[in-house]
Write a protein that binds this ligand. Sequence first.
Ligand SMILES: [Zn+2]
Length: 243
Amino acid sequence: MSHDLKDGLDERYRRVLRSGQSLASILLDYEICPHCQHVHRIRARAARSCPVCKADIGSGRIYAPLMVYSLINLIQDLYRMELSRISVTGERIVERKGARHYVGILLLFCTLVECWMACFLRSLMVSHHLPKADIDRLLSDNWRLEDRKGRLFKTQTGEAFGNAIKDLTRRNKEAGGDLNYEGVWSSIENAIKSRNKVIHNGAIRAFPEHLIGECVRNIDGVNQLFISLHNRYIAQASTSREA
Ligand SMILES: [Zn+2]
């Protein structure tokens, strides 16, 4: 699984991951068209038009929610952090990467997914012109991620979440991409199971340490997944069902 995901990484994300630059900065490459709401990667900074509706975008607007940037920065800060302790003889010992202290990365990664899902569903319901009070109530009634991607997603899109990401993977492949959204979501579910064991049972010793690296590698897949869901269900050009 992790091998497949690594192979599916965007080349820019690979470079940023290797160089230690800000992972969140990749999201600055994406903007939302003020006319059709399509989210796309910025090709050039000057004289730009929307690749879907062809309207002039002007100065553009960065797409991702601010909370997403903050969470990705926090995950990266933790991942970079050097963990050390002083032995009984006064010797400074550097902990290896993947030490259990990095459980914070697992918690923040799951929060990142929950944050993206909440923002996506709220934007979707706004696009359906639901009153704010109804949107707040639906999100409150469906506060668990399982309910949000289950019944709330289905009532708002008419499709099961599993079928939606399966179709996004197929369309991505047809467009020459190699990102497997089903693989990304399967990895997210593993992370969430471990996160729940940690926060509900204190099972810090039980979580698989390889999950930490997998969470960091998966950040871009999570971002791409929710950008694709936005373009499929929220952008006005979604009548073309672009993935
Ligand atoms: Zn447009």
